[in-house]
Design a protein around this ligand. Structure first.
Ligand code: FAD
Length: 382
């Protein structure tokens, strides 16, 4: 009966899709033989089989393969040697003469239970606005600022792709943008008249739309790649994930000299409201499965739990505190710590570190000063 056969195929495909989410290393061979059997049956549905099993589940919208292709050799945008930052550029395009980029894609990245809306936005810069991992772009939204009666000023966005872009052409940039909204404290309702200009403009943009870009900007978040055995501790809230998505892709997602040589540890702490609000999680899980000795992921889901050790909501500083001894130990050995996301995260982080320093009988001020003067402390909050 063809209907029973079709039902069996649907079950098999469903199984393969879910298996690929949890057991990628076992998938390629299994996937291929199953595909062969199905195609023998002459079923066109086989065409829907994922070719790259890691990417078979990607609601958070990465726009290129997560792992490098076997034997991939990506080096056309590398310095010589690849870690030499002498020629990292800033302000190639300025506000007075912005580069006109073109939107390639806009994808909502969060699930229905996430508070707010965050989009993965890929923009074509034709290779004319090159950047390094850890830099930001400026975006000039169209329109006149009624408060100043002149065109809206530039807004900065951390770049979420590597210098090669997610399509590895070296011509695109990915931004991770959260729509800024305004909730009236009196009514508790959103007031659309006060929504953020640029973030909503970007999230509402369509493929083909032109975008005025400036930059790149910033050098505080660069990766010191001359030491391939570095430990990178990355602490993000929300869209603060952008530079770290770029770092992780640089270290594990591309066949570059930086990726091939990396022998250290990339440890990500990400704080978001709940599971639906996680960003780029599938990519990170892929790296973790592929390089379990080089990747650590710790998430703090403030509205979902588990609770922190004091029984309160688990914020990012509580999650870092759980591993305070290991973090301190790594920093003592020269690890670099990066913070990105909402400004509001820093007081909690500093208080936590101060308390841990106290418990270890060390002066927090001196400790922090040492990290800063050694170039181990990298902060970009907004
Ligand atoms: P604006 O129009 O500038 O409004 C700002 C806020 O004011 C909004 O929350 C808006 O709702 C509120 N508001 C508007 N009108 C009123 C009113 N009448 N009364 C009270 N409130 C009002 N953002 C990201 O999403 N992703 C990133 O990766 C990112 N990276 C950044 C990197 C850096 C280095 C910096 C400095 C900032 C970064 N930002 C990032 C923030 C970004 O630059 C913008 O600040 C953000 O998108 C809001 O800009 P907007 O034009 O949408 O909002």
């Amino acid at each position: 009966d063809p209907r029973i056969m079709a039902a069996r195929v649907v079950v098999l495909l469903g199984f393969l899709a879910s298996a690929s989410a949890f057991a990628p290393s076992a998938m390629p061979a299994f996937g291929r033989s199953a595909t062969a059997r199905i195609s023998k049956m002459g079923l066109r549905m086989a065409a829907t089989m994922p070719k790259v099993p890691y990417d078979s589940v990607s609601p958070t919208g990465p726009s290129g393969p997560t792992l490098p292709a076997p034997g991939e050799d990506l080096s056309f945008l590398e310095a010589t040697p690849y870690w030499d930052q002498t020629n990292v550029q800033v302000n190639i395009a300025k506000q007075k003469n912005p580069l006109i980029g073109k939107v390639v894609s806009v994808q909502r990245m969060v699930g229905p239970k996430a508070p707010g809306d965050t989009c993965n936005i890929v923009i074509d810069h034709r290779g004319e606005l090159p950047y390094w991992e850890g830099q930001s772009y400026g975006v000039l939204p169209p329109g006149i600022d009624p408060k100043k009666n002149k065109p809206y000023g530039v807004r900065l966005y951390s770049i979420a792709s590597t210098r090669y872009g997610d399509d590895k052409t070296g011509k695109t940039t990915t931004l991770c943008v959260r729509r800024a909204t305004y909730t009236d404290p009196a009514t508790g309702k959103e007031d659309p008249a006060k929504k953020g200009v640029c973030s909503n403009y970007l999230c509402d943009s369509k493929p083909g739309d032109e975008v005025k870009l400036t930059g790149p900007s910033g050098k505080v978040m660069l990766l010191p790649e001359e030491h391939p055995d570095n430990t990178y501790i990355m602490v993000a809230t929300g869209t603060g994930i952008a530079p770290f998505r770029s770092f992780l892709r640089r270290l594990f997602g591309e066949g570059t000299p930086a990726g091939k040589n990396f022998k250290g540890l990339a440890w990500l702490f990400l704080g978001v409201a709940n599971k639906d609000a996680l960003l780029y999680d599938e990519e990170f899980q892929t790296y973790l499965r592929s390089y379990p000795d080089k990747v650590r992921l710790d998430y703090a889901l403030s509205r979902e739990g588990p609770l922190n050790k004091k029984g309160g909501k688990m914020y990012i500083q509580d999650k870092v505190e759980e591993y305070a001894d290991e973090v301190f130990d790594a920093l003592d050995k020269g690890a670099h710590i990066y913070f990105c996301g909402l400004k509001g995260m820093m007081p909690g982080i500093q208080d936590m570190l101060e308390a841990v320093c106290k418990s270890k009988n060390i002066s927090f001020e001196e400790y922090l000063e040492k990290l800063k003067s050694n170039g181990q402390w990298h902060v970009e909050v907004y």
